[in-house]
Design a protein around this ligand. Structure first.
Ligand code: NAP
Length: 259
């Protein structure tokens, strides 16, 4: 019986390095039929080694319908720590459809001696935390929340993001750097010094791909406005990385295939 069991259908909610690593582990594994889902936020995502789809599902009910229709039994929420809506949708969809849900919860960055962090609860507070005196600010916050800095137009902003933001999303004095991580400390130090940056604003994304900027600000004695993570849904099984998610999938492969 075992060798005739159909592969378990797995949906990975992606947009992160963890999702890409997990996709690489699942490629060519006959126990799984994986599908990687992107929101469509990045114009040219790196092509994954497994089938993928792009675009929203239409909320938690849309996702539940997608899971049911496709016969998906294992759902891995590998979205970014700041993708709060998608995480909530995944948790709700898992109540509506017959799937097992796992979330990859990347550990947060923690301040170490020498760091000069101001931790704020959201992006509007980050803009306010820059203060009254004009400063040269590096924003590494993605594209979604840039407009919050229109409330602090007296600063000069250097905006780094994967795709160039649309002009209407930007504060008035902004220059753009389009770049995709990972970044190393020497390059981050050069960026901070060559642009005369006085303060960094970033989200507490965690992980290694973009952590070098924190080492660079520490070494240069620069302050950081650190935006704390949004709340995540309770009651969802969690692991810290793609390797643990892989083990979870292996453990559930048999049951999900009805072996
Ligand atoms: P979000 O606010 O939580 O989600 C907004 C909507 O986008 C969701 O309601 C959903 O639409 C759709 N969506 C999000 N992730 C999706 C996915 N993997 N597949 C299909 N649809 C998805 O998310 P966000 O903060 O805009 O992030 C969008 C994507 O970029 C996520 O995949 C995330 O992992 C990645 N990302 C985000 C950040 C960040 O800082 N937020 C950083 C790096 C990468 P429906 O409700 O219509 O299903």
């Amino acid at each position: 019986m075992t060798e005739f069991a159909p592969p378990a259908r797995v949906l990975i909610l992606g947009g992160t390095t963890e999702a890409s690593s997990l996709a690489a582990r699942l490629a060519n594994d006959a126990r799984f039929t994986p599908l990687l889902s992107f929101a469509g936020a990045t114009k040219s995502p790196r092509p994954p080694p497994i089938p993928h789809r792009i675009g929203g599902f239409g909320g938690s009910e849309g996702l539940a319908a997608f899971l049911r229709t496709g016969g998906t039994t294992l759902l891995v929420d590998a979205t970014h720590p700041f993708a709060a809506r998608m995480k909530r949708n995944a948790a709700e969809a898992a109540q509506l459809a017959p799937v097992k849900l796992l979330a990859i919860h990347r550990p947060e960055w923690q301040p170490v001696p020498g760091d000069r962090w101001t931790i704020v609860p959201h992006m509007a507070a980050a803009a306010a935390a820059l203060g009254e005196a004009p400063r040269r600010v590096l924003l590494t916050i993605g594209q979604k929340d840039l407009a919050e800095f229109r409330a602090a137009p007296h600063h000069h902003y250097v905006v780094r993001s994967v795709d160039p933001p649309t002009p209407d999303a930007l504060p008035p004095k902004a220059e753009i750097i389009s770049a995709r991580g990972p970044f190393d400390e020497a390059a981050e130090t050069h960026l901070l010094q060559s642009r005369g940056i006085e303060i960094l604003v970033t989200k507490n994304a965690g992980g290694t791909a973009t952590v070098a900027k924190l080492a660079a600000t520490r070494a240069l004695g620069l302050p950081v406005v650190m935006v704390a993570r949004p709340q995540i849904p309770e009651g969802v099984a969690r692991v810290p990385d793609s390797e643990s998610a892989w083990r979870w999938l292996e453990a559930h492969a048999g049951t999900a295939r009805g072996v």
